[in-house]
Structures are given as structure tokens and as C-alpha cells.
Design a protein around this ligand. Structure first.
Ligand code: BF8
Ligand code: SF4
Length: 627
């Protein structure tokens, strides 16, 4: 199979839902019906419940809350709290990675797999590396990184990676993040009853909190994951529901933190476990991934990607999932009751994500090996409980090439020019392609699925449109999975591109949609944009580059949006961020912030128009550059 259409995916879902109904399975499709129409106040952002004099809901007859706060203050506070939730979540993930780095040992559960990257970061941070044992350096860097979360003075160390112009904009706008946790705390403090209600101040802190994520916590997560688990390089894999195997023990890893999934992957390859699987009548052990965990293990091990956010229930509905093993974030509590309709073990592992109807195996860096092994064993021993009558694995599977870290992109480009400018390569060939017009520009497609948008349709259709218009697409998160599952990450996908992009794909040997990783890895995109801008000698905001989250749903996505915009990249949303109740907040986000960061949001719910607007913006940037 070369491509898989959204219609084919939907038909498979229908079949799975029909089978689920027979065993009393609930589904998000059903729950959406129960929950709609949604509350209009919630959707407009005009309900305040941050003190118990409320909840206060703003209407023409009641234009102020009991404390006197107007609609702009209420919408702005809600937006800021939403951002803080996302920034805290990504950053706490990053913190866990730093703790894992602190646990690395030459003979331990976790090692340093990319010592050169560790040394490069150490040099960036002014840390001496000469004559130091790599594990001493890892522990020293882990401590410094953990200090980034709570240091009393100064600004994020990672900001120095941006072009000087961008750093100056951040400084002048007062949005340089200080300690990572501080920006979340400040956001919560500002939005407590009786504090800020001035739109400008709330929007400014929303950008700053977002910055503490993308140029703080997420960057710690990405960079130190690379140090421990290896910096992704292009690798072939497969995607969509058909990657589950009828004759094998299927273990699905789901969530975000690679500390867990890396260990599961390791023990699934353990000869003892494979022998055990064979004893149980299976041909072996098949690991596949859902959500951002899928992106992490696909990028580093070529583990197949079975589905994204709104596919997570489908995985269990196949009846062929022995265990769905989760860590944190984007995990449906529905998986508990759903797994009870099948033989599936729903295994939770983190104190951060405890859920009813799950088996909890507490996972930490110290006991990682032992626990991963017992999880794999539990799944393997569950194979015998599978009911073959209930197994239905849709025959949908396509090839994908993934693993385009910034380092990998540089390397690919370097192979073409053979310039070997320095050991790390250069972005210059990419800049030349854009300047000459062979490529019109690039779009970063990111974010989730949301039932408010036909799932995956917006991601896939927008990508096809961009590719046909010679716009290179870089992706992460569930958007990346949508692309992979549709077949847009295979090298053959160049056939659906415009002539220029097709040529570039042929020359460089890349697919037209580049998989840059999970959502924390959007920090990679910020580094990429910075490097391209530096190599092109322009500001990030001048690049023909746009960001887009057409199906976003989580607080994390809003935090991301804020740091992407704050980095100077115009960002297009296909779902309203609950600010339409305030003309002032909407105006700040869609226009006002441009004076601070040279970029702003566009919200467009019509996906066709959203694509047109993105391409128009790219062309406008080209005109302004005179290229
Ligand atoms: O962090 S794209 S649904 S899986 S929030 Fe979640 Fe959204 Fe998927 Fe990864 Ni990102
Ligand atoms: Fe109402 Fe003001 Fe309390 Fe919000 S803070 S619930 S607007 S009284």
C-alpha cells in the first residue's frame, strides 16, 4: 500500500466500532454525541471560576463578574492559565528527563549514547569538558539543567541559540523566560483572584510562559533525550493499524516520556522474553507506538507507529493488544473500562497519570530495568488470554522514513553539496533552494486530533496542498503520525509534490514531509528556524516559514503556539483557542503581539481557507525579501 486515505481510515474505524459495540465498548465518538452542544461560555472563554464568589459568566446583561472583572480580563486569564498548564506539562516531562540523565551510569539502566552532543551542549553552557569522565559530565549537566527550573536569577540558558535579533526582541518585549517553573508560578499568581485583568499583561505572560516551555523545559527534554537515547537519524518504519501483528504479542507504548518506552523496547528484544512469547504460542513480540511515545521510539528504533491521539481506542478494539503501557499525557481514561471489554492489560506507570481500571507498576529511573521486564512479561503471559474470534486488524499499513533531527537534516543536506563546511554541516543548501524558488518555503505542521475537526483530515489535506505548492513540510506530534499513516513520509510521496519540491526530495533522498519528533521536539524546529535564519542572514520572521496546528486540543498545544509565535513564526490554528469572547484578547493575539515578536496568530476554522492563508503568507514573505 502506498497511500491510505482518510476515508479508508474511517471505514476501518467504523468496523472496529461495530465490533466494539458487540462487547459493550464505549467510544469517544459516542461520548462526543453525549457532550454536544458544548457550553457556549466555556467555548468563548467567558466563564470565570477562579474564586468561589463565582462562577461568573459574562453576558450583555451581566458585563462584569462579581469582583468587577470584565470579559477581556476573564478571557485573558483563562488563556494564560491554559498556557501555564501546557508549559508545566512539557517542562515537567523535561525535568524527568534531566533526572534520568542524573541516573546514567556506564553499567546502569540508562547510558549516554551521544557523548558528542552532551559535550556540545556543555560548551554552549560554558562547562569544561576536557579530561572529564562522560558520566561525571552528564551528572553535572543534569544538575545545571535542573537548576534551570528554579534558578533565582538570570534567563533561560537555551535562549542564546536564537539569532541575536530574536533575543533582542524577547528582551525588549519582556518575555525572556527566567527560571522555567517561575513562569508557570507567575502565570498562576497573576491569574489569582484580584491580580491581573489587563489584556496586554496577560498576553505578555502567556508568551513568556510558552517561551519557558519551548526555549526551556521542552528543549531540556529533547536535548537530553538525544544525549541518552541517541540523536535521531533517518530510519525506515511503518505506520497505521496494520502494523499490529496477528501472530505476535502486541505491546502498545503510549504517552510521552521515552525513559519508559526505551526500556520496554529493550526488553521486548530480550531473548528470554522472546522465548517466553514462543512458549505462549506467539511468533514473537511486536512493539508499536501511539501518540508522542510512538514518535520517540520510531525516530530512534524504527518502531512502527500504530496510531495518534484519536486512534488510541482503536488499538484496543483490534482485540490483538496484549498490553497498552502508558506513562504521561494524552492518555484517555477511557482505556481503563475499554480494556476490560477485551483481554488487554492497561498498565499505568507514573504517579502523574493514575487511572481507575489499570494495573499500576511504578516506574522510575532506579528500577527501570526490573519494571520494564515485568511489564513485558505480563504482556507476553497475557497472549494466551486473547480471543482469536475477537481479533480484527485492519489491513492498513504504509512505509515511512522518520528521524529528522536538526543534526540529521544538516547531514542530509551536506551529503548533497559534499561541502563539509564543518563537522556538523550547514543549512545553506536549503537556503539556496528557498532563495531560488525551487522551494517556496516551509510549514511546521504540529499538534493533536480534535473531534471538532474531522480527525486527521485537516492534517493530511493541508499537507497535500502544501506539498503540491512546493512547500516543504516539517512535522511533529500527532500531525506527524497523521502524515505517516497516510503515506506522506515515504520517499514515493514526492510524486504528489510540485516539481521543485520533488526535485529536492530526489536530490537529497528525503521524503517531502520530515518527521522531527514528538511535541517536546518542536524545540528542534525552533533550533532549525534559528539556524536557517542565521545561515540566510535574515531574521526568523522574514523566513517564508509558517506554523500550523489544524486539529489542536491540549493545553500543551497552546503553550507551543505561544512560543512558536514568540519566536517570530506566524501560526495558523484550525480550532479556536477559547478567546472569541473578548475582542481585545483576540486582537492582541491576531495583531498586537506582532509589534513585539514580528509574528501573530491566524484562526481559521475553514481548512481550505486555512491552507490558502498559509500559502499566501509564505508568498508574502518571499515578496518582502525580494525573492
Ligand atoms: O504532545 S499532539 S494529542 S500526543 S498534545 Fe497529545 Fe496533541 Fe498528540 Fe503528544 Ni502533543
Ligand atoms: Fe467572578 Fe471575579 Fe471570582 Fe472570577 S474572580 S469568579 S469574575 S468574582
Amino acid at each position: 500500500m502506498k497511500y491510505i486515505s482518510v476515508e479508508q481510515m474511517e471505514a476501518a474505524t467504523e468496523q472496529l466500532l461495530a465490533l466494539g459495540q458487540k462487547v459493550g465498548a464505549d467510544s469517544w465518538q459516542q461520548r462526543v454525541k453525549n457532550q454536544t452542544p458544548h457550553c457556549g461560555f466555556g467555548e468563548a472563554g467567558t466563564c470565570c471560576r477562579i474564586c468561589s464568589m463565582g462562577p461568573c459568566r459574562i453576558t450583555p446583561k451581566a458585563p462584569r463578574g462579581i469582583c468587577g472583572c470584565d470579559v477581556h480580563g476573564i478571557v485573558g486569564r483563562n488563556f494564560l492559565r491554559f498556557t501555564a498548564g501546557g508549559a508545566a506539562t512539557h517542562s515537567d516531562h523535561g525535568r524527568e528527563i534531566c533526572h534520568t540523565l542524573h541516573e546514567t551510569k556506564a553499567d546502569g539502566n540508562y547510558q549516554v549514547k551521544d557523548p558528542e552532543k552532551l559535550k556540545r551542549i556543555a560548551h554552549e553552557w560554558g562547562v569544561e569538558t576536557v579530561g572529564k569522565d562522560i558520566y561525571d559530565l552528564a551528572h553535572e549537566m543534569a544538575e545545571l539543567a535542573l537548576m534551570e527550573y528554579g534558578k533565582p536569577f538570570g534567563i533561560s540558558r537555551w535562549l542564546s541559540r536564537a539569532p541575536e535579533h530574536t533575543q533582542k526582541l524577547w528582551h525588549d518585549a519582556g518575555i525572556e523566560p527566567r527560571a522555567i517553573d517561575r513562569e508557570v508560578s507567575t502565570a498562576m499568581h497573576m491569574t489569582h483572584m484580584g491580580n491581573s485583568s489587563l489584556p496586554e499583561a496577560l498576553v505578555r505572560q502567556a508568551l513568556r510562559s510558552g517561551m519557558s516551555d519551548g526555549w526551556g523545559g521542552s528543549m531540556c527534554g529533547t536535548e537530553f533525550s538525544d544525549v541518552m537515547f541517541g540523536t535521531p537519524m533517518p530510519v525506515d518504519t511503518e505506520a497505521n493499524l496494520g502494523v499490529m501483528q496477528k501472530d505476535m504479542v502486541n505491546i502498545v507504548v503510549h504517552g510521552h516520556d521515552p525513559s519508559l518506552s526505551e526500556m520496554i523496547v529493550f526488553y521486548a528484544n530480550d531473548p528470554e522474553m522472546i522465548a517466553l512469547a514462543k512458549e505462549q504460542g506467539a511468533k514473537g513480540i511486536n512493539i508499536c507506538g501511539v501518540c508522542c511515545t510512538a514518535n520517540e521510539v520510531a525516530m530512534r528504533h524504527g518502531i512502527p507507529m500504530v496510531g495518534n491521539f484519536l486512534q488510541q481506542e482503536n488499538v484496543v478494539l483490534t482485540g490483538a493488544c496484549e498490553a497498552i503501557v502508558v506513562d504521561v499525557q494524552c492518555i484517555f481514561p477511557a482505556l481503563g473500562p475499554l480494556s476490560k471489554c477485551f483481554h488487554t492489560k492497561f498498565i499505568t506507570t507514573s504517579d502523574i497519570a493514575r487511572m481507575p481500571d489499570s494495573e499500576f507498576i511504578h516506574f522510575s529511573p532506579e528500577n527501570a530495568g526490573e519494571n520494564a521486564k515485568s511489564i513485558v512479561k505480563m504482556a507476553v503471559e497475557n497472549f494466551k488470554n486473547r480471543d482469536p474470534q475477537r481479533v480484527f486488524i485492519p489491513d492498513l499499513k504504509v512505509d515511512a522514513t522518520v528521524g529528522f533531527s536538526v543534526e540529521a537534516i544538516r547531514k542530509c543536506l551536506d551529503t548533497v553539496t559534499n561541502s563539509h563546511v564543518d563537522e556538523l554541516g550547514t543549512m545553506k543548501p536549503l537556503v539556496e533552494c528557498i532563495t531560488s524558488g525551487v522551494l517556496r518555503g516551509a510549514a511546521a505542521m504540529v499538534g493533536c486530533n480534535n473531534p471538532k475537526v474531522r480527525p486527521d483530515h485537516a492534517h493530511i489535506e493541508l499537507m497535500k496542498k502544501l506539498l503540491a505548492n512546493d512547500v516543504l513540510v516539517i512535522v511533529s506530534g500527532c500531525s506527524a503520525q497523521a502524515a505517516a499513516r497516510a503515506g506522506l513520509m515515504s520517499k514515493e510521496a514526492k510524486e504528489i509534490c510540485g516539481a521543485g519540491l520533488k526535485r529536492v526530495c530526489e536530490l537529497v533522498g528525503i521524503p517531502p514531509v520530515l518527521h522531527m519528533g514528538s511535541c517536546v521536539d518542536i524545540s528542534r524546529m525552533m533550533v532549525l528556524a534559528s539556524e536557517i535564519a542565521k545561515d540566510a542572514g535574515v531574521n526568523i520572521s522574514q523566513l517564508p516559514l509558517v506554523g500550523c496546528a489544524p486539529e489542536w486540543m491540549s493545553e500543551k498545544a497552546v503553550s507551543i503556539g505561544n512560543y512558536v509565535v514568540a519566536t517570530g513564526i506566524d501560526t495558523f490554528l484550525g480550532v479556536d483557542p477559547y478567546v472569541k469572547g473578548s475582542s481585545e484578547i483576540s486582537d492582541w493575539l491576531q495583531h498586537g503581539i506582532r509589534d513585539w515578536v514580528e509574528a501573530s496568530y491566524t484562526v481559521e476554522l475553514d481548512i481550505e481557507k486555512l491552507g490558502d492563508k498559509m500559502i499566501e503568507r509564505i508568498e508574502e514573505k518571499r515578496r518582502l525579501l525580494g525573492i
